[in-house]
Design a binder for this molecule. Structure first.
Ligand SMILES: [Cu+2]
Length: 438
């Protein structure tokens, strides 16, 4: 029985609402690319383990500022929570409504998240007044990077077993970091989560497979997949760099996705959040998942380590792009300049309330086997919710097609180092995942 589905998936207001960053976005006529981020162009995103103490403090302080400031885009949310909300909308709405995958399980997975990170980075620079902030990345293949990421001067440690894995130390401990955007109703296979961070690094007592971080071998096998994506443009895409990096494992006997395993990007979400059994007050045994491992809710963004994880996912893509540059290597090609979904979706923190009680049914029948390409995922499509007209003329609207996200230098950043793309070995081996087992 497959229990594993997608991990895909108040505020103290210290200052008045701040005007959206760089309202004038000078789009380059030729590429459509704008570099009007509040961060300095030419910035270099560094490995967590290479940051100076000063850089760590600046990064952590800026995140707290973001959490204490009202979103310039919507007064109902803090600026930090705005990012949680966008990701939640992009994840939950398609599960609830009759629409296609938006931010996950489709070719736009990588450009959609690159844009989210770019907006987040710009917000940190703007709010802190420090244009030199660049997102640090957590290279999960390197134990030194993992140690630096979960140190007390960056993201803080794992949760404490005696307190059901609440994070009680570090800059995002329970008494200073509150989760405001919570799931609609019950989470799948879990209980309604706490309003603080829950982490069980590598904790897998209730998992169907061993939770391990991807290794450099996994990374190399992923980079060896030399086609960006292919039909049916979803979780079943076999021989797709995007699908492999996202972390779906194709069962070689059926040629279809094996929902009992997760690798790469998804496995990292699972590893950070962890999963264990918890006995409730009534003596019921339930599964308890950490914040980063909250299937189908889109709420992993509540843990700030989300951004350091996704910076490394983005770095993986940037590494692949060295060998496969330019728009011709993004698939599918084509697209149309219109926003695929309407304005009215964001009706507030508690609405809509999709019924996701049988998420596996939904995934099986729609997102994983429904044939793409879906709206908002082709090279020149507009990505939701960035394309909503309320964001016109702002950074959110900038570069909102996959094409606009392809050139990191044009977007103003690069990575201190990239993974090396291995020589083609004549044939791609699947499943990619060398380390994660059932
Ligand atoms: Cu995501």
């Amino acid at each position: 029985m497959s229990r594993r589905v997608l991990s895909l998936i108040t505020a103290l207001t210290l200052s008045a609402t701040i005007a959206p960053a760089a309202l004038a976005t000078d789009a380059d006529a030729e590429t459509g690319v704008t570099t009007e981020s509040a961060c300095a162009p030419g910035r270099v995103r560094q490995d967590a383990r290479s940051l100076t103490d000063e850089q760590k403090h600046a990064y952590v302080d800026a995140i707290h500022q973001l959490k204490a400031t009202t979103s310039p885009w919507d007064p109902r949310y803090t600026w930090y929570d705005q990012f949680v909300r966008w990701h939640q909308l992009a994840t939950v709405l398609y599960l609830a409504a009759d629409r296609a995958p938006i931010a996950h399980v489709n070719p736009a997975f990588l450009p959609w998240h690159r844009h989210l990170l770019w907006l987040y980075e710009s917000a940190l620079c703007e709010l802190s007044g420090n244009p030199d902030i660049a997102l640090p990345y957590w290279d999960w293949t390197d134990p030194r990077s993992t140690a630096a990421t979960f140190s007390n001067d960056l993201m803080g440690p794992s949760g404490v077993r005696e307190q059901t894995y609440a994070v009680v130390e570090g800059p995002f401990r329970r008494d200073v970091w509150q989760l405001n955007i919570l799931p609609f109703g019950e989470m799948v296979g879990s209980r309604r989560p706490e309003k603080h961070l829950v982490r069980g690094l590598g904790l897998d007592t209730a998992s169907d497979y061993q939770l391990l971080l991807p290794t450099i071998v996994d990374v190399e096998k992923t980079l060896a997949v030399d086609v960006y994506d292919r039909a049916p443009w979803n979780g079943n895409s076999n021989g797709s760099f995007r699908n492999t990096a996202e972390g779906f494992v194709i069962d070689p006997t059926t040629g279809l996705v094996d929902l009992d395993q997760m690798a790469m990007h998804f496995a990292v979400h699972d590893w950070v959040g962890g999963i264990s059994y918890l006995t409730t007050g009534t003596g019921e045994l339930i599964k308890h998942r950490g914040t980063m491992n909250t299937p189908g809710t889109g709420l992993s963004v509540n843990d700030p380590v989300f951004f350091m994880h996704h910076a490394n996912v983005d770095r993986l893509w940037a590494s692949w792009q060295v060998a496969h540059p330019g728009p011709e290597n993004y698939l599918p090609q084509g697209g149309e300049a219109r926003c695929p979904y309407p304005e009215a979706d964001d009706r507030g923190p508690d609405d809509p309330k999709p019924n996701i009680s049988d998420i596996r049914h939904v995934l099986t029948n729609k997102s994983l086997t429904g044939d793409g390409p879906f709206p908002g995922t082709r090279l020149d499509d507009q990505m939701y919710p960035y394309c909503l007209s309320r964001y016109e003329g702002t950074l959110v609207h900038a570069n909102m097609s996959p094409r606009g996200q392809l050139d990191t230098n044009a977007l103003g950043f690069s990575y201190a180092s990239l993974y090396e793309v291995p020589e083609p070995s004549g044939g791609v081996s699947f499943p990619v995942n060398a380390t994660v087992q059932k």
